[in-house]
Design a protein around this ligand. Structure first.
Ligand code: MG
Length: 387
């Protein structure tokens, strides 16, 4: 029996994880759950599985939760709560599906306790990959990716010896504006950008998928997870999202990972590893697929990819600056403050202009602080531009 902690249990990954787990009550026990604000859903999940440890962002909501439960449970609050749940003695696997840089806190404490982390939060690896990898070296935990492309790569890289790998290729759906005339990009509204053609996800990642910044962040995520040089990591557009990644070997062979675009597969793989288990997902029927198509990335259409490579090439803390400015800009776009095209426009400016005296290191708080500074700088820049 494995004890699983799910942080961000009311979001799309967390909900899917619970669906995967509930099919196997003799294999998994839900030890802890956390939510940001969705009290009702968290309570329902907690009651269904009688989960002993819970966390929610605000103190008064935590009190309301504690007093309304029909069984005794420990309810923690805020970032501290995420850290507590991530390092529970009995926890075997910590699934981190909270969104944004906040995921760094539980990732740090779980790895510091030598745990296995099933990681659906890419921001923490992009922002603080070296910090987390040092913890793995020191404390013996590990990270299993819960991002479809990286789960695919993790599986593919087991198929042959590393020395035979020439490059790894991440696929990108291209988002909803792949075939639009670029001239019409000025007309893109948040509502349009929030409709992703193949995946159901939270708002930030959906906008990031429309700009392809999501793929840019995933390039850095892959660099951190698999330690390949940047030149050996490529992106190819594949609108059907059936092939999740490819590995090209030195002799010209290519290995591809195919499946339905359903996150329950990557979640189940990470939870069961090194075993595999059945998953309640419709099997992929190749004869039903009309076609699988592939295109080169159009860097003029998607400058975010270029910016991500640039940040990765410059090294720490530029990926963190990239990620933090993107977070602020996506929020501004969703509020109607800036246009779709201004997201990469401002990111480029911030990468070039943001000044810092020290790079964050050692403590996750330093990274979060730095992140806040970049976000503030970004918001100021938007203000000045609009004034
Ligand atoms: Mg992905």
């Amino acid at each position: 029996m494995k004890n699983v902690v799910i942080l961000g249990s009311t979001g799309s990954i967390g909900t899917s994880a619970i669906e995967v787990i509930k099919e196997f009550p003799h294999r998994f026990r839900i030890l802890g759950l956390s939510a940001k604000t969705n009290l009702e859903k968290l309570k329902l999940q907690a009651e269904t599985f009688k989960v002993p440890y819970l966390a929610i962002e605000k103190e008064e909501v935590a009190k309301a939760l504690q007093s309304s439960l029909s069984y005794p449970a420990e309810v923690y609050v805020g970032d501290r709560g995420l850290a507590e749940l991530a390092q529970l003695d009995e926890a075997d696997i910590v699934l981190i599906s909270v969104s944004g840089i906040k995921g760094l806190i539980p990732a740090y404490y779980a790895l510091k306790s030598g745990k296995r982390v099933a990681l659906a939060n890419k921001e923490c690896l992009v922002a603080a990959g070296d910090l987390l990898k040092n913890l793995i070296r020191e404390h013996g935990g590990d990270i299993l990716p819960v991002d479809s492309e990286h789960s695919a790569l993790f599986q593919l890289l087991k198929c042959d010896e590393r020395k035979f790998v020439k490059r790894i290729i991440l696929t990108a759906s291209g988002g909803p504006f792949l075939n639009w005339d670029i001239k019409n990009y000025d007309r893109i509204t948040p509502e349009m950008a929030l409709k992703h053609p193949t995946w159901q996800m939270g708002p930030r990642i959906t906008i990031d998928s429309a700009t392809l910044m999501n793929k840019g962040l995933e390039v850095i995520e892959a660099q951190q997870l698999f330690d390949f040089p940047l030149e050996a990591i490529e992106v190819i557009v594949h609108p059907q999202s059936i092939i999740h990644s490819l590995v090209e070997l030195k002799d010209g062979s290519m290995l591809a990972h195919l499946s339905q675009p359903d996150m329950r597969l990557a979640i189940s793989y990470a939870l069961n590893y090194p075993e595999r288990s059945t998953v309640n997902v419709k099997p992929l029927d190749l004869t039903e697929l009309a076609s699988l198509t592939f295109h080169k990335v159009d860097h003029e259409r998607f400058p975010s990819i270029t910016l991500a490579y640039e940040a990765a090439r410059k090294g720490h803390p530029y990926p963190l600056i990239l990620e933090a400015s993107d977070e602020a800009l996506v929020e501004a776009f969703l509020k109607g403050i800036i246009s779709f095209r201004e997201i990469p426009y401002f990111i480029e400016k911030i990468i070039n202009e943001f000044k810092f005296t020290t790079k964050p290191e050692k403590d996750p708080e330093n990274y979060l602080d730095f992140h806040r500074q970049v976000k503030d700088y970004t918001l100021n820049l938007i203000e000045r531009k609009r004034a």
